[in-house]
Design a binder for this molecule. Structure first.
Ligand code: FBP
Ligand code: MG
Ligand code: MG
Length: 336
């Protein structure tokens, strides 16, 4: 039973029984992510004082200019998980290929793989706007004792055993689900401990916030343009308020608390949108659905999409159930 101010460590142990055939491996894995997030949080808070802002001078596999904090966060999560031999493989936004973790006895004994966006909202690092980390966990599908394969990562979102995000904002929060609801924990920086501050988070069915990069409006499909016009129309409880931070984690976190819809649609500039299915859309969709919201690519439920590549992109619409359904209506009408 969730108790306010219960520590994350206590919560993980007390809820371990929720996981089928729980061996404690998943608990230890979430604990390792908790630890790595504290190390990243420490650096994020010092951004501007230490040499952690700006470009790392490298281009990642997505053709993006890697930021120093992208590289730092990526190394911290990979090392923390590797050192603890807690997973059999890791896929990251910042690495072209997946990483095989064989374990000190090279016995590939671990059953979980992790997919991670180590630093989300990279364009906001240097301007002191909140950023995040996103993680998704699956049970491997290839036999234990053998090296991990790409098919262990290319699983549909509805097979996730856990997913979560960390938002490094006015406070640092870790929000996650194991398929039994969504709980949010706030870091007490003085004690270095996360405490349950947002038990059983619920996504309001309806909201008054729409989040989309309107700078791309001219490039959007007609259905999206029509829905944005609907949000802006003086009618009933509209116009809605436009809020766009440009950090996926922060935009969805806000909308989950206040009610709202986030959209990163496809466009004439980006045929599949920008966001990555495996380590951005699937984990956020799992959390949003577990909180009672909805997540789709405009027509299909995100978590039913069958991934084909590690870094594939998909159009992403998610948030308050009724708002996502309304947007899907406009898309279907424009496509008919
Ligand atoms: O600047 P744009 O095109 O609106 O894109 C913003 C989106 O891109 C992202 O920054 C992509 O994530 P990364 O920073 O992890 O690459 C999202 O967090 C955000 O929602
Ligand atoms: Mg991201
Ligand atoms: Mg990133």
């Amino acid at each position: 039973m969730a108790r306010i101010n219960q520590s994350l460590g206590e919560f993980i142990i007390e809820n371990q029984g929720e996981f089928a055939y729980s061996s404690g491996e998943l608990s230890r894995l979430i604990n390792s992510i908790r630890l790595a997030a504290k190390m990243v949080n420490h650096e994020v808070n010092k951004a501007g004082l230490v040499d952690i802002t700006g470009s790392a001078g490298e281009i990642n596999t997505q053709g993006e200019d890697q930021q120093k904090l992208d590289v730092f966060a990526n190394n911290v999560f990979i090392q923390t998980l590797t050192n603890r031999e807690i997973v059999c493989g890791i896929a990251s936004e910042e690495n072209e290929d997946f990483i095989t973790i064989s374990g000190s006895n090279s016995d590939h004994k671990n059953k979980y793989v992790v997919l991670i966006d180590p630093l989300d909202g990279s364009s906001n690092i240097d301007v002191n706007v909140s950023v995040g980390t996103i993680f998704s966990i699956y049970r491997r599908v290839t036999p234990l004792g053998t090296p991990v394969q790409v098919e262990d990562f290319l699983q549909p979102g509805n097979l996730q055993v856990a997913a979560g995000y960390i938002v490094y904002g006015t406070s640092t929060m870790l929000v996650y689900t194991t398929g039994h609801g969504v709980n949010g924990f706030t870091l007490n920086p003085a004690l270095g401990t996360y405490y349950l501050s947002h038990p059983n988070m619920k996504f309001p069915e309806e909201g008054h916030i729409y989040s989309v990069n309107e700078g791309n409006y001219v490039h959007f499909p007609q259905g999206i343009k029509d829905y944005i016009k609907y949000c802006q129309k003086e009618e009933g409880d509209r116009p809605y308020t436009s809020r766009y931070i440009g950090s996926l984690v922060s935009d969805i976190h806000r909308n989950m608390i206040k009610g709202g819809i986030y959209m990163y649609p496809k466009s004439s500039k980006a045929a599949k949108g920008k966001l990555r299915l495996l380590y951005e859309c699937n984990p956020m969709a799992f959390i949003v659905e577990q909180a009672g919201g909805k997540a789709s690519d405009g027509t299909t439920r995100i978590m039913e999409l069958k991934p084909t590549e590690l870094h594939e992109r998909v159009p992403f619409i998610c948030g308050s159930k009724k708002m996502v359904e309304k947007a899907e209506e406009f898309i279907a009408r424009a496509n008919s």
